[in-house]
Design a binder for this molecule. Sequence first.
Ligand code: NAD
Length: 320
Amino acid sequence: MSAVTLKTTGAKMPLTGFGAWKVSKETCADTIYNAIKSGYRLIDGAQDYANEKECGEGVRRAIKEGIIKREDIFITSKLWNTFHAKEHVEPMLKKTLEDWGLEYIDLFLIHFPLAQKYVDPSVRYPPTNVNDVEKGVAEYQNTPISETWAALEACVDKGLTKHIGISNFNAGLIRDLLTYARIRPSVLQIEHHPYLTQPKLIDFVKSQGIAITAYSTFGPQSFIEMDHPAVKNQPLVLEHDVVTGIAKKHGKTPGQVVLRWATQRGINVIPKSNNQSRLEQNLQNESFDLTEDEIKQISNLNINLRFNDPADWNPSVPIF
Ligand code: NAD
């Protein structure tokens, strides 16, 4: 399996990983274990996904059975918005480590460039779920990203995480962060699919030596179950004629074509699936190559359609 070399440390990050968002607590440990058994070597989790204990159970089972050693797998987690203050960053990373049952993780990202009011984990954890947002419970606090970043750098110094990075940041915020970062971000994780390609952001980030991870690579597919209003306004990416035509030509599935469109450009992908055969199929996206023209045809499907946007939350913050 191919990997991206992270410029900050020279460590390898697998190009294709497994995303854990919306994997239910009940099935999560088995799903993660099966993903590892099927060959996945990167798991993308987050405090907000409410399943880090179960993800850890799956990983530890695979280690216990000798399928992998700890150093064979790349674990990502994300600091939730309510833990941006300097006094919360390290304790909350330690909570994440305790949940996974691991001594370190490989990558810890700031999930969103939004500092929300602290919620004590003994009161509610994870602190934000869809209902809270719908009820308008989310409140913001004045913590600058520079404070959060310095606290994350201290976590790297202590060996709690090997790398730190950012998610859902725009180029202006990244430029600002780079003016004071003692440890540069290794990775930017962004929504990236044929309906939201963001080529200028990607060029800028690559020019800074920061690796890019694409999330929701299948575009609307992940948002059907959330009843996202924008899903119905255009064909599903995986059913679009351009994608299905290219898939047919290569004898591959539409999912593999869309993933390959990203991985062939050196962008990490972290597709999520609860279905064993799709999970395997997604991992095998690197088994063929698209032509330059096919990559262009897929990129030309861009309509700047974003599905994961805090502008839709309550209270709304239009960060993009
Ligand atoms: P995704 O693009 O991986 O799509 C998942 C959906 O596609 C699921 O409904 C699944 O059943 C379906 N699917 C999976 N494989 C398929 C296939 N081969 N054919 C047809 N359908 C298939 O979307 P996602 O889960 O939103 O994103 C992937 C991961 O990215 C998440 O699990 C999470 O780890 C991460 N993520 C991060 C953020 C962030 O803010 N940083 C936001 C969203 C997701």
